[in-house]
Write a protein that binds this ligand. Structure first.
Ligand code: ATP
Ligand code: MG
Length: 173
């Protein structure tokens, strides 16, 4: 269904506020748009974001930072989840999306399914997930989804909301 992607992502990020406080993590949500009506599967995208943000918390020591940004151009949107945690070696990075794969430096429990499922859910949207990581420095996951809108979504209300989209360049959670 069509839904505002900005408030959707913002709400998922806010669900981690308490965890961030406990781990003294600097959690931020950055988006140059105030609204972004888009057609997507809310249940699946919720699971993808939950898995990737949970990983960021799992693999980032206390006092670190986790930044989530939502960007868009004409044909696609990008959600970036960056952390300055333990990072991954080249081998871990290559295998991270494999079913049941878990890195050998794991600090906590898991099944190694989170990223495999996330990749599956993103490909069901005709999208893509990429990862950039450096051991000891941190990791960035990039979720790319095609920007799909309902034709009838172009109401006067949405148009006027779009006109204000650059008012708030940074929206802290
Ligand atoms: P779960 O099934 O509970 O999610 P998991 O977190 O180990 O278990 P995945 O989410 O699939 O499994 O991640 C696979 C592996 O990729 C992890 O075990 C870890 O080695 C590595 N990894 C994933 N995200 C990060 C990250 N943000 N920083 C460092 N390593 C990561
Ligand atoms: Mg995981």
């Amino acid at each position: 269904s069509q839904q505002d992607l900005v408030s959707f992502v913002k709400e998922i990020v806010s669900d981690f506020n308490v965890k961030a406080k406990t781990q003294q993590i600097d959690l931020q949500f950055i988006c140059p748009f105030s609204i972004m009506p888009m057609v997507f599967d809310t249940e699946k995208l919720d699971k993808v974001l939950f898995n990737i943000i949970s990983n960021a918390f799992k693999y980032t020591p206390n006092g670190g930072l986790i930044h989530i940004s939502l960007l868009k151009n004409i044909e696609k949107i990008e959600i970036l989840i960056s952390d300055n945690g333990i990072g991954m070696s080249k081998e871990e990075k290559e295998r991270a999306f494999d079913l049941f794969y878990r890195g050998n430096q794991n600090i906590s429990l898991g099944t190694g399914l989170g990223l495999a499922l996330s990749r599956e859910f993103v490909s069901l949207h005709q999208g893509d997930i990429q990862v950039e990581s450096e051991k000891g420095k941190g990791t960035t996951f990039k979720i790319i989804l095609p920007f799909v809108q309902m034709q009838s979504g172009e109401t006067e209300v949405t148009k006027s909301l779009y006109a204000r989209e650059n008012i708030e360049p940074v929206m802290p959670v």
